[in-house]
Design a protein around this ligand. Structure first.
Ligand SMILES: Nc1ncnc2c1ncn2[C@@H]1O[C@H](COP(=O)(O)OP(=O)(O)OP(=O)(O)O)[C@@H](O)[C@H]1O
Length: 299
């Protein structure tokens, strides 16, 4: 089952927040939806969820226009977290679960499994306001997945979480994907996207500026990173033709090179200069690609 956006446009008055966006979210995959602040990610999510109406275009799930009165197959973790602080965790989840057609007993049974899994088994009767921000986020995540949605939309799911909780949530996301859920998630942390997504889209001012398979995006970017660690000053390397960027580190540098073949020239330039501890060619990171592509058109 595929989520498809076909020429979707959303205007707020004279301002175009999403501009003729056409993307397809592959079935049973984790799709990365990226972009700088204000690029149109949350607006797109709200359009998919029917919280906003598109000005133009069509959004379909499994080839049909989404019927929001029957949309129990969608789960959503909004960017602005919204739990009722005075409610107990179980009451909050029973309320949300019942809205999605679950029985009270089913909600409690599922909730217990998730609380165990997130290592907070004693939270059933705690009030939301008694929980730390990170733990509130776990509860909000549970509320997005408790009804076993087929399509899961996660807006910045890892923001504000410590590294242990990030790993816990990532594992849960991967497991949901393996069980057949299609997942779209936005993040400003590129390393999460690299780890989780096969396909992605980078938005800028409502339009996709990069879109496709991560491997292909990296391959077609062309430039590579060359890491050199040495016991002598490396700054002269930045003047080699084909070196487009130089970044110094305490123990060496990272060179961005136009193509793989430039590494040979760098290697030659290092001869007889001193002791080289590291010389390593790497694929560009998604962060490099994001900064270059989104930066080009950044206001
Ligand atoms: N209800 C609205 N009325 C007017 N403009 C809006 C409305 N909602 C969003 N916008 C504008 O649309 C643009 C896209 O906003 P959106 O929240 O979708 O961006 P985003 O990519 O999610 O950003 P961020 O990464 O900062 O969360 C922004 O310029 C925003 O100000």
């Amino acid at each position: 089952m595929t989520l498809k956006l076909d020429n979707v446009t959303k205007r707020f008055g004279g301002f175009t927040a999403v501009d003729e966006l056409s993307i397809e979210i592959p079935d049973r995959e984790i799709f990365g939806f990226l972009g700088s602040n204000g690029a149109g990610k949350t607006t797109t999510f709200r359009l998919i969820l029917g919280l906003l109406d598109e000005t133009e275009g069509l959004i379909t799930w499994d080839g049909k226009k989404i019927d929001y009165s029957q949309s129990n197959y969608i789960g959503y973790l909004p960017e602005e977290r919204g739990l009722y602080p005075k409610l107990k965790v179980k009451d909050q989840l029973i309320y949300l679960g019942r809205l999605r057609g679950m029985s009270k007993n089913d909600v409690i049974a599922e909730l217990k499994v998730w609380l165990d899994r997130f290592k907070v088994p004693d939270y059933l009767d705690k009030k939301i306001e008694e929980l730390s921000k990170g733990n509130q986020q776990k509860i909000q995540f549970i509320s997005a997945v408790i009804h076993k949605p087929k399509l899961l939309i996660l807006d910045e799911p890892f923001s504000g979480l410590d590294p242990i909780n990030v790993e816990m949530l990532k594992k849960a996301v991967i497991e949901l994907k393996n069980q057949g859920t299609s997942i779209v998630f936005s993040s400003h942390q590129m390393e999460h996207v690299e780890e989780l997504c096969e396909h992605l889209c980078i938005m800028q001012r409502g339009k996709p500026i990069v879109h496709g398979a991560l491997k292909e995006i990296k391959r077609s970017f062309g430039k590579k990173n060359l890491f050199v660690h040495a016991d002598f000053d490396l700054e002269y390397l930045k003047d080699i033709q084909g070196v487009v960027n130089y970044k110094a580190f305490p123990d060496g540098c990272r060179l961005q090179i136009e193509s793989e073949s430039i590494s040979q020239n760098v290697f030659t330039a290092l001869q007889d200069k001193g002791f080289v501890r590291r010389f390593e060619l790497e694929e560009p990171s998604l962060n490099d690609i994001f900064i270059e592509k989104a930066g080009e058109s950044y206001e």
